[in-house]
Design a protein around this ligand. Structure first.
Ligand code: SF4
Length: 238
């Protein structure tokens, strides 16, 4: 093998991938887990290092089983919308309908999000919509820390590729994950924060609005702040 054939990053990834498969096989057979922790292996294996496009990133993620959510999903829900979107919505994770469709925010909460986007004078095709974790947590439970830790590099890479003007997080988990701390959504929504130097506006998840319609006013206030920031025409009512 010539020096020019030696690709350390690729080789390292391959080794990590083999180790991970070995570890999963060992655990499935009830054998002792290897000394390198699951999350360390997952992190090393899932850490992206720069992609030319969202399609390249999607190919890299592949039929991902880097965390346990990969074993229960129907479809991996990568995200969709414009690769040049000025606004990215980040939710928590796919629900039942999203898992079936392989698309983010297509259930009842998704239809409400689509209405909000239209009320902004935009379409779903003009924004980008994705989640913190790309596979459905069983029974719609919150994603667990190790699952978020393993999947987060993919979201970071998506944001890095899209480079939006604004991120809007939907619900507590998304805000908490991107801000890296406990987040009280009722107290802290509606104020500007930042993630990867991109202005971030946290608001309620549309699923919360379905249960608490009176919170729609607050979400529209938050959305108006985003519209103002983006130079969109601000309307008083949705
Ligand atoms: S949630 Fe993310 S890390 Fe876990 S299996 Fe799905 S794509 Fe992979």
């Amino acid at each position: 093998m010539g020096e020019q054939d030696f690709k350390p990053v690729e080789e390292f990834r391959e080794i990590v991938s083999h180790l991970r498969k070995l570890m999963v096989a060992n655990m499935e057979m009830g054998l002792e887990a290897p000394r390198l922790s699951t999350s360390a292996l997952n992190y090393l294996d899932s850490r992206p290092s720069g992609f030319a496009s969202l399609e390249d990133l999607r190919k890299y993620i592949g039929d991902c089983k880097r965390c346990k959510l990969g074993y229960g999903r129907t479809n991996l829900v990568f995200g969709e919308g414009s690769p040049e979107a000025q606004l990215v919505f980040v939710g928590e994770g796919p629900g039942r309908e999203e898992d079936q469709a392989g698309q983010p925010f297509v259930g009842e909460a998704g239809r409400l999000l689509t209405k909000i986007i239209k009320a902004m004078g935009l379409s779903r095709e003009e924004v980008y919509i994705c989640n913190v974790v790309k596979c459905r947590p069983p029974k719609n439970r919150d994603p667990e820390e190790d699952e978020i830790e393993t999947c987060l590099p993919f979201l970071k890479e998506q944001l890095n590729l899209v480079q939006p003007q604004v991120i809007c997080t939907l619900g507590r988990i998304a805000a908490q994950t991107l801000l890296g701390r406990e987040f009280k959504i009722t107290r802290e929504r509606g104020r500007w924060h930042s993630f990867m130097d991109i202005p971030l506006m946290p608001t309620y998840h549309p699923a919360y609005l379905l249960r608490n319609p009176s919170a729609k006013r607050q979400v529209w206030d938050d959305i108006q702040k985003i519209m103002k920031h983006m130079g969109l025409e601000v309307k008083k009512d949705a």
